[in-house]
Design a protein around this ligand. Structure first.
Ligand code: ATP
Length: 209
């Protein structure tokens, strides 16, 4: 389901809602008010009500939101009925950590293939994921139909690897390298630069009013 009237900021909060609604459901809860949900996800309740309003009447006044209904609805929007397969390029320290973690807490996402150029790593597997030579990138990606890749290679090679990913039909890249990637508009890039995140956090800590 794709609706251009739904703001990007709202869409970005959906996985967060979805994750916490599932935790609530596992705890045996059936319904929740926007105020209580607000305390859990740390998004103010007016924003939650506004976000949910884009999807029609999902709650009732004085009753709150039906957790199962919300989960079913968001599952459909987020395409959670299908397992999304992901490729990981660069099995260094960070790549290894992600392979070991492998989104255990979210069974709808799974790293399926890993690639590296280091002969010592190729042919081995980590967390049940086989590591292939980068030479096999195009072939393996095309035959698997994977659309999302995690990039944990050194910054010096990230653009050239990204170009090959785009060539192979990848539509989304989660970029852990410090380099800002140039890709066509049709490809989504989300960048997570841990050093920048820490620096920002540190700045705010030191500049608390
Ligand atoms: P390690 O010491 O295990 O290599 P690291 O985190 O210090 O870990 P980096 O130099 O950041 O390593 O590289 C990350 C990984 O990316 C390494 O496994 C490296 O072999 C791999 N790598 C380097 N160049 C490429 C490339 N062009 N394509 C795919 N993987 C690459």
């Amino acid at each position: 389901m794709k609706d251009d009237r739904i703001p990007r900021a709202t869409v970005k909060r959906l996985p967060l809602y979805y994750r916490h609604l599932n935790i609530l459901s596992d705890q045996g809860k059936n319904r929740i008010s926007s105020k209580d949900l607000s305390e859990i996800v740390k998004v103010d309740s007016a924003t939650i009500r506004k976000d949910f309003s884009y999807f029609g009447e999902l709650g009732r006044k004085g009753y709150g939101y039906d957790i199962q209904k919300l989960i079913q609805f968001f599952r459909k929007i987020l395409d959670q009925d299908e397992v999304s397969k992901v490729a990981l390029i660069g099995v260094g320290n960070l790549g290894k950590a992600l392979l070991n973690y492998n989104f255990i807490k979210n069974d709808n996402m799974r790293i399926d293939l890993a690639f590296d150029t280091n002969e010592q790593k190729i042919g081995h597997s980590i967390g049940n994921v086989s590591i292939y030579a980068l030479d096999e990138l195009e072939t393996k990606l095309k035959e698997s139909g994977i659309q999302v890749a995690i990039l944990t290679v050194p910054g010096s090679v990230s653009q050239q690897v990204a170009d090959r990913l785009v060539e192979s039909g990848i539509e989304g890249i989660l970029n852990f390298t410090p380099i800002r990637l140039n890709v066509p508009d049709t490809v989504q890039v989300h960048s997570i630069d841990l050093a920048v995140e820490l620096q920002t956090l540190n700045y705010f800590l030191k500049n608390k009013s």
